[in-house]
Design a protein around this ligand. Structure first.
Ligand code: GLN
Length: 505
């Protein structure tokens, strides 16, 4: 065997290890492989593009694959490295981005016909931060239209499949990002979470998904759904990768007046502080009678895994939980109806060109551009904000929101964090709830309360159902306690191997 052939074989074996097999911390190990010149950024990006070409025809996780720009960026990183330039530690590592984050020159469709041809002239702050860190956006991922949904079935273009069972939905709205990370079509990804859209698909696809504290990550350049709830966060396979990615995207941004002016901790180094002495609260409202027994068993097993690490668990109550879904769907629709007023055919996005009057142009544009679920939300939101109904619905919902916030504040006087399931059930069948919005809305029952309270939460692979479908374990913590959540996730991953299991595809 010639030397160069041997080298080629070695490189491809390493790449297969990184891309397909179980490298424990895919992004961190990929960065290490690049730094030590085991493979080039071009080879790494190409390996992911090849895998996308092979598998994504079935899974449909990507809305757009950015092959050309990704390879160009990879070449630039490789050249910088061979010149001996100092480059940031994650230079050359690919990342997938949910298709509601603006990236200059790349389509940002929000999986909506309205924005089918929209190419933003600027980068979202998170995209800017990824590029500064040397990461390579490899594609924009499929989602529910304008992030409204729990299955990606509301995408105007295509429904993604769950890599663990392609008959099932991957969750939503960041279903494309979750399925891509799960199926090794990207080492990690960004998602956005308004009522559960990072954590629910992460749970259903067996990856880690974190919704940071409201304001921890800038929303500048994130297409707005419900501005008081939306938050961008990492989707990864391990807590270590999540710690690295959260560190890259967090921080104050003067272009988002709601971003928090608090130092960004070194999440990675804080992971090793362990979890000894932590007290976790198990809310009885999150384990109601009749809950899918798989979820209950997953939480019991998780507690058994954590107790030997020095964690104690006690039952708590978050009494207003039963009102959370109603409150969430009043507030998010109200905000959506206002945010989506900008899609009127005048400045950007779809426009109906054959109208006789301005009003007709607005009406036809909006009727053609939005899908059914988005229209439903706009109508509900307009209703709850309208004179005569505002006090009965919107103002009341804001009051209940405060009660939900207070529930958590009271709980955190006694416990350090909350442990609970991320979703009420494992993944459901494609089509099963598509025509039943109320059933679909119930998917958010364990995730939406913390968006209303502005708190951080994380879902991590917690095991599998009897049918081999992933189950998500959730931790919730006080504001700005991301580090604590990552420590819990890391500790759990150090004594379990659910996160190392790969889907069959
Ligand atoms: N499923 C929820 C909804 O449809 C959450 C969406 C989200 O977090 N973006 O509103």
């Amino acid at each position: 065997m010639s030397r160069s052939f041997k080298q080629y074989r070695l490189t491809s074996l390493l790449l297969i290890h990184h891309v397909r097999d179980n490298s424990a911390h895919p992004a961190i190990e990929a960065a290490e492989g690049l730094r030590t010149r085991q493979f080039s950024a071009r080879e790494l990006v190409q390996a992911f593009l090849d895998r996308i070409a092979n598998v994504d025809g079935t899974l449909k996780t990507y809305q757009t694959v950015l092959s050309e720009s990704a390879l160009n960026r990879a070449d630039a990183v490789d050249q910088a490295r061979s010149r001996g330039d100092e480059v940031p530690p994650f230079s050359g590592v690919p990342i997938a981005i949910k298709d509601n984050m603006c990236m200059r020159g790349a389509p940002t469709t929000c999986s909506s016909k309205f924005l089918e041809n929209f190419i933003p002239p600027y980068d979202a702050t998170v995209v800017e931060k990824l590029l500064e860190a040397g990461l390579i956006p490899i594609g924009k991922t499929n989602m529910d239209e304008f992030a409204m949904g729990s299955s990606t079935e509301n995408s105007a273009f295509v429904t993604s499949a769950n890599p663990w069972n392609v008959e099932m939905i991957p969750g939503g709205s960041s279903g494309g990002s979750a399925a891509a990370v799960s199926a090794r079509l990207a080492p990690w990804a960004l998602g956005s979470d308004t009522g559960g859209s990072i954590r629910q698909p992460a749970a259903l696809c067996s990856v880690l998904g974190m919704k940071p504290t409201y304001g921890r990550v800038s929303r500048y350049g994130l297409v707005a759904f419900a501005s008081s709830l939306d938050q961008i966060g990492p989707m990864t396979r391990t807590a270590k990768d999540a710690a690295a990615l959260l560190g890259i995207i967090s921080g104050l941004d003067l272009r988002d007046s709601t971003s928090i002016d608090a130092p960004v901790p070194d999440y990675l180094s804080e992971l090793d502080q362990g979890v000894k002495g932590l007290v976790l609260g198990l809310p009885k409202e999150y384990l109601p009678e009749g809950l899918d027994p798989n979820m209950r068993a997953m939480v019991d097993d998780a507690i058994k895994a954590l107790e030997p690490l020095g964690v104690t668990v006690r039952e708590i109550s978050l009494p207003h939980t039963p009102y959370a879904i109603a409150t969430y769907y009043l507030i998010c629709t109200a905000e959506a109806s206002s945010n989506l007023a900008r899609y009127d055919g005048v400045v950007y996005g779809h426009r109906h060109n054959d109208a006789d009057s301005l009003i007709e142009m607005y009406m036809k544009t909006r009727s053609e551009g939005f899908g059914q679920e988005v229209k439903r939300r706009i109508m509900l939101g307009t209703y709850v904000l309208s004179a005569g109904y505002y006090d009965a619905y919107y103002r009341r919902a804001q009051r209940v929101r405060n009660l939900l916030k207070r529930d958590f504040e009271t709980a955190f006087q006694d416990v350090d964090a909350v442990i609970c399931p991320a979703t009420p059930t494992p993944a459901f069948k494609r089509g099963e709830k598509a025509d039943d919005p109320l059933q679909m809305y119930l998917s958010d029952v364990f995730t939406a309360p913390l968006n209303l309270a502005g708190l951080p939460g994380i879902s991590i692979p917690g095991g599998f159902s009897g049918d081999g479908l992933p189950l998500g374990l959730q931790f919730i913590a006080p504001a700005l306690s991301e580090s604590l959540l990552l420590r819990l996730a890391h500790a759990f991953q150090s004594v379990t191997d659910h996160h190392l299991q790969a889907p069959p595809c």
